[in-house]
Design a protein around this ligand. Structure first.
Ligand SMILES: Cc1cc2nc3c(=O)[nH]c(=O)nc-3n(C[C@H](O)[C@H](O)[C@H](O)COP(=O)(O)O)c2cc1C
Length: 278
């Protein structure tokens, strides 16, 4: 089987998870191709036997650029899976598959399964590297199970109740606000004009003027520019207090149960224990 991964990843987590799934599918005998969802990216899913759409969860919903990307897809009757990453192990996040699932089905795609991964936050607060390592360990266990399901064409769809749907619907306001907030991103005197933010922006929304970045109206709030700025120079307007900058190390000793962060402590433990079950 030839499997196409279409991945939207602002700060790298979703790409990392998708690469692990792709590697597992290859080991099982698939050919895989991973492409990034960026402004203007075009794909031909009809040349593949299976489609996987991966994205991070933004305000309990799929990011707006992923919705536009799915809109632009040609109709095709392919077995399809959705992969989401989030910072919190909350079941409320399940609603983020609903719109993509509905849109894909309308286009003929046979959405068979939806998988969730918890990865370190790229906004609000920085998880410890120990938490990141535990999350990565959990992701690798889940990726093994999920790639077997994908390979065997198994069904595994999320059930989303009315309460989750309603809450996710209300949070869409954040998506509407992003183009306005994004225009107010600024850089501090630490900016060296290296242009890393220009290259990373999936929306081609950042331009360099006199060696300083300027921010246009197409921001979707992925935080790629803020997270990857090598001199931590970007101030993301009203999100400045929630800024997270710099790569996580996933390689150290994973957090033990009593070192799991106090925020959503029980939910993280539930997620880790579920992931670690054989
Ligand atoms: C603007 C914004 C909103 C987010 N909203 C949520 C959310 O509703 N629920 C959640 O669990 N994580 C949320 N996150 C966290 C990301 O989904 C999470 O860190 C993800 O793994 C990032 O993936 P990426 O590195 O591929 O971009 C949000 C992140 C950003 C930047």
């Amino acid at each position: 089987m030839r499997t196409l991964f279409c991945v939207f990843s602002g700060t790298g987590n979703t790409l990392k998870v998708s690469a692990a799934l792709s590697e597992n599918l290859r080991a099982l005998g698939d050919e895989t191709e991973v492409i990034r969802i960026k402004k203007g990216s075009e794909v031909c899913p009809e040349k593949f036997d299976r489609l996987i759409i991966s994205y991070h969860i933004h305000a309990f919903n799929a990011p707006t650029n992923v919705i536009s990307f799915i809109k632009s897809l040609k109709n095709a009757e392919l077995p399809t899976y959705i992969v989401c990453t989030s910072g919190e192990p909350l079941r409320l996040n399940d609603a983020a598959v609903l719109k993509p699932r509905r849109m894909l089905r309308k286009k003929g795609y046979d959405v068979l399964g939806e998988f969730s991964y918890v990865m370190p936050y790229n906004i609000i607060f920085r998880h410890s590297d120990e938490m990141a390592a535990r999350m990565w360990q959990a992701a690798l266990s889940r990726a093994k199970r999920d790639s077997d399901k994908i390979f065997n064409g198994e069904r595994d769809l999320k059930r989303v109740n009315i309460l989750k749907r309603a809450t996710a619907y209300m949070f869409k306001i954040e998506h509407l606000a992003m183009p306005i907030v994004g225009r107010r991103f600024r850089v501090t005197e630490n900016c060296v004009g290296c242009g890393a933010c220009v290259d990373i922006c999936p929306q081609k929304n950042i331009k360099l003027q006199d060696k300083k970045p300027t921010f246009g109206k197409d921001c979707i709030g992925c935080m790629g520019c803020v997270f990857h700025c090598p001199s931590d120079a970007i101030k993301p307007s009203i999100f400045n207090g929630w800024k997270v900058n710099g790569e996580y190390s996933f390689e150290g000793a994973p957090a033990k149960d009593d070192e799991v962060c106090s925020y959503c402590h029980k939910s993280y433990l539930r997620y880790f224990h579920e992931s670690e079950q054989k």
